[in-house]
Ligand binder design. Structure first.
Ligand SMILES: [Zn+2]
Length: 363
């Protein structure tokens, strides 16, 4: 299977987690920011090693360096531009890139400046890809940090730019102890404005966090959501038949088709499914897929996990033996859940179906 050639959709990809190592070095030199390594290869390894600790808190520490070089218009524009080019190279046809504008004000930019700089980069990237005969569409997902109290301001920022590139809203950062209800006003405002929301939930905290993402956040999708398994009882009692009992929250997510933005490598690195084990084979992805949850495959942080969407799919194929039909289903789930209009989503689905049909013939 040539997974790289297949049309793909990336819903959960952090802009500040996907920089090219060489770009970090060049941008850091310009602003005099000190890095732990000065050569691109060693720096790439440093990021991956730092993130293999199994702790979300340590994982988030690596962002100090990437965020540091994204404090100017030039830095933000370049990182956004290169993200589009890199994604298009592996045939991602639609990508939502998320990031937190409030973390990019140290160089004197305003919140509006940061969003515009990123949009400039995304548009230059899309134009470049198109000029070379390729295709990629992108959207910005604006994040408010859970531990600060700027969510309302960031929600206003997202709404202000909804007609120039911002497609959705998210909250991120430390999940445990920072429930979405802390930012209830912002979520109420976004709901009133009928603006799409996804919430990181069920990654570093359990069921109550997921419940609150749905209730207080009105999340249409869940960032990871892998700890939903804590609300699912698997047993093997009646002969060979697996008995599965879904708890209230899992049942709701299942029945309403709330999309899960799963990121296999990142989930393994942050210990999101520690209760099941510490190898990829223990990831609940396959169980959730089997039960009919709307699973999608994502990278989370391409730099920190040393990965790509192609690689994440390859890992799943190697671990769970998926075929083309399975991979197509994951892409269709993602297209269906994209924060785009119905017409645009149908176009993406058509492109996916065509691309996979061609791959099927070639096989
Ligand atoms: Zn994330």
């Amino acid at each position: 299977m040539d997974i790289q050639a297949l049309p793909k959709i990336s819903l959960h990809d952090h802009l500040d987690g996907g920089l090219r190592p060489q770009t970090i070095i060049e941008l850091a030199a310009k602003i005099g920011h000190e890095l732990p390594k000065s050569n691109a290869e060693e720096l790439a390894t440093w990021f991956i090693d730092s993130c293999n600790s199994g702790s979300l808190v340590r994982y988030l520490e690596t962002f100090e360096h990437t965020v540091a070089v994204m404090q100017t218009k030039v830095g933000l524009e370049r990182v956004a531009y290169e993200a589009v080019i890199d994604l298009a190279k592996e045939n991602v046809i639609y990508a939502e890139l998320r990031w937190a504008p409030e973390q990019h004000l140290a160089g004197g930019l305003s919140l509006d400046d940061t969003v515009t700089a990123v949009q400039d980069g995304l548009e230059r990237g899309m134009a470049d890809v198109e000029a070379k005969g390729g295709f990629i569409r992108t959207g910005q997902l604006i994040i408010a940090m859970r531990h600060t109290d700027r969510a309302m301001e960031i929600a206003h920022l997202a709404i202000k730019h909804r007609n120039d590139g911002v497609v959705g809203f998210d909250i991120a950062g430390e999940e445990a102890g920072f429930l979405p209800s802390l930012h209830k006003d912002a979520f109420d405002y976004l709901a009133k404005e009928l603006f799409p929301v996804t919430v990181h939930a069920g990654e570093a905290d359990g069921i109550e966090s997921i419940r609150d993402a749905i209730y207080s956040g009105r999340a249409l999708r869940l960032g990871h959501g892998v700890r939903l398994v804590e609300d699912i009882m698997f047993s093997r009692s009646e002969g060979d038949t697996d008995l599965v009992v879904l708890g209230e929250v899992a049942q709701w997510v299942h029945d309403r088709g709330i999309t899960l933005e799963v990121s296999p490598s990142s989930n393994l690195q942050t210990g999101a499914f520690f209760m099941l084990g510490d190898t990829m084979a223990d990831h609940p992805f396959d169980a959730l897929y089997d039960l009919g949850f709307k699973v999608t495959v994502n990278t989370d942080n391409r730099l920190m996990s040393g990965t790509s969407l192609t690689r994440e799919l390859e890992i799943l194929v190697d671990t769970f033996g998926y075929d083309l039909g399975d991979l197509e289903q994951f892409q269709l789930n993602a297209a269906e859940a994209a924060f785009q209009g119905l017409t645009e989503r149908e176009e993406l689905m058509d492109m996916i179906e065509m691309g996979f049909a061609e791959a099927q013939v070639a096989q």
